[in-house]
Ligand binder design. Sequence first.
Ligand SMILES: [Zn+2]
Length: 152
Amino acid sequence: MFEVRVICDPVDTDRITAALATVFTTGTHRRYPSRSGSRTRLYVTAELPTTVTPQTGQTDARRCDAAHPDDPTPCEGPHDAVEIRDRFMSRARDAITVGTLGCVHHGARMLASLDGGRVYPGPSGAPGDAAAIDAYQRAQALPPFAWRTTGR
Ligand SMILES: [Zn+2]
């Protein structure tokens, strides 16, 4: 949480407050006269939105790391159900590194969009968890960048 301070004409305070609400998740706001008395000091508490859906401009709840910024669809299940690696990231060679963690839905979409991508169970998966298999099977039926062709 942070605070935005704006010094403006008193007639603009409502429009500025509304404009800030389109960019940030805003809370309370306070208005005081400026030292000169001719302008208004506007204080607005705000938070950065985690993800902005481009099509609607609205903020979503937190999404997984595998969700493409242009993909408006919500996550399905745990945000670390699967791990996606590109063809250059071998699990044996890059044992220290971690691929991109994601939910099954966005993991499948990322996998379908990568050339030679691989999917592994994520840290939240229990042994024998089928999340990686589910993501793999979904990816087989998806075009690359599915949100561009289907619009969702
Ligand atoms: Zn997701």
